[in-house]
Write a protein that binds this ligand. Structure first.
Ligand code: GLU
Length: 449
């Protein structure tokens, strides 16, 4: 069974980068299920050990965003509730000599790094803590220093076959031993994440390439825990116009996108392909999208993301949305459902679901629109040429054929006053489609004025 996870830190509202990680994991699992029939489970893990910055409202926003996207989780976990377990592993590691105490302050460490850089050396921690004798440690503690703990990396090649980057290899000798417990007793991200991945049986980890070096470190931790190492995939991070995802472009929260009428499937359709050389396929549900999804199609180059791309794609997603989905949407917003003929008529003219309301108002309310005298008299004149019988999509054509013949009008002179009389707008849905929606009575009333 495939088990994936999404592990946001609830320290802010989710932006497009977070959504992308969630949806790539979900799509990957779904696509595997589609191709191999293998079932999957999705774990949502709150990385909420930073008690200062983690906020309940951000956590709620994660749930809301995930539900909005339509990504369901099978298991929910909070790192803040698992501290005992992390302590237990730390103790075990201490006993096995896998961790060591260090006493440098942040300033001292920074000073060391600066000196290394000045000498042209990589800023790798020098393991000074490891060389301290028991007496030296006691002395430091008597001076009021508290230890932090580092995990001792084996100085060997750590390799994995990345689903996106191919074969990866890092030598532990070129990496700093990671701090796994701070002097105030809190745990940085690195070790708890591995413990959780082991305990929850995570089989595949898909996350941004900013975690690639963490992976080399974490693989050694998986090994220290005697666990099977999951499969990793690190797609490149998105960039904005200025090279990195700027506040204006990339950091737009999913909440703002939602408020501006962007559909979850717009985001999903775009992000499932951004970073591959395959064209975007507009999809209306996750299953369909998963059928086209292949993580190995993602390249190494950083894909360019622009929020504008979502606004450009959204009309394509909305206009091709099946009616039942549209109605689910409308019901959720407390609106009445719409008919197939109305949807067919107006869908080519809307950019977001919110635009439906205006056309409902135009088509179903009892209003008439202002016309010039000349336009009004023309509209009144042509009422008598309306074909008899129920209106359908041939009515407008037959009507116009007679009107052209009787009045000699054509083109804009002919259609413009009719459109104004029927909708009050210069532009809009095809009149041929609108006529059956309005029906005979309302059409006549509006032409009459
Ligand atoms: N909370 C971490 C982050 O948001 C999770 C990283 C991971 O997927 O391991 O970066």
């Amino acid at each position: 069974m495939i088990i994936v996870r999404f592990a946001p830190s609830p320290t802010g509202y989710m932006h497009i980068g977070n959504l992308r990680t969630a949806l790539l994991n979900y799509l990957f699992a779904l696509s595997q299920k589609k191709s191999s029939g293998e079932d999957f489970s999705f774990v949502l893990r709150m990385d909420d050990t930073d008690t200062e910055r983690s906020k309940p409202e951000y956590e709620q926003a994660v749930y809301e965003d995930m539900r909005w996207l339509g990504i369901d989780w099978d298991r929910l976990e909070h790192q803040s509730k698992r501290l005992d377990r992390y302590h237990q592993v730390l103790e075990d590691f201490k006993q096995r000599g896998l961790v060591y105490a260090c006493y440098e302050t942040a300033e001292e460490l920074e000073y060391k790094r600066r000196r290394q850089r000045a000498r042209g050396l990589p800023p790798v921690y020098d393991r000074a803590g490891l060389k301290l004798s028991e007496e030296e440690k006691e002395k430091l503690e008597r001076e009021g220093r508290k230890p932090h703990y580092r995990f001792m990396l084996a100085h060997k090649e750590t390799c994995w076959d990345d689903l996106v980057r191919g074969h990866c290899s890092y030598n532990g000798a070129h990496l700093s031993d990671p701090i796994i417990m701070r002097e105030d007793g809190t745990f940085p991200y690195m070790l708890p994440s591995v413990i959780d991945d082991v305990d929850f049986g995570i089989t595949h980890i898909i996350r941004g390439e900013d975690h690639v070096t963490n992976t080399a470190v974490q693989i050694q931790m998986f090994e220290a825990l005697g666990a099977k190492v999951p499969v990793f995939g690190h797609p490149p991070l998105l960039t904005g116009r200025e090279g990195k995802l700027s506040k204006r472009l990339g950091s737009i929260s999913s909440r703002e996108l939602r408020e501006q009428g962007i559909e979850p499937m717009t985001i999903a359709s775009l992000l499932a392909r951004l970073g591959t050389s395959d064209p975007v396929v507009v999809c209306h549900d996750w299953q369909e999208l998963a059928g086209h999804f292949d993580l190995t199609r993602f390249g190494r180059a950083q894909p360019h993301f622009d929020t504008e791309d979502l606004f450009k794609l959204n009309p394509r997603v909305v206009r091709s949305m099946p009616l039942d989905q549209v109605n689910v949407h409308l019901k959720q917003c407390g609106e009445t459902e719409i008919s197939e003929s109305f949807w067919q008529a107006i869908s080519p003219n809307i950019d977001k679901i919110g635009d439906i309301a205006e056309w409902k108002q135009i088509c179903f309310s009892d209003i008439t629109f202002n016309l010039t005298q000349e336009e009004r008299s023309f509209c009144r004149q042509i009422i008598e040429f309306l074909p008899s019988g129920d209106f359908d999509d041939t009515t407008f054509g037959s009507w116009m054929a007679i009107v052209k013949e009787k009045t000699g009008k054509k083109g804009k002179d002919l259609f413009h006053p009719i459109r104004l009389a029927l909708t009050g707008k210069e532009q809009g849905p095809e009149l041929k489609m609108l006529l059956p929606v309005l029906g005979r009575e309302k059409t006549i009333r509006r032409l009459q004025g």
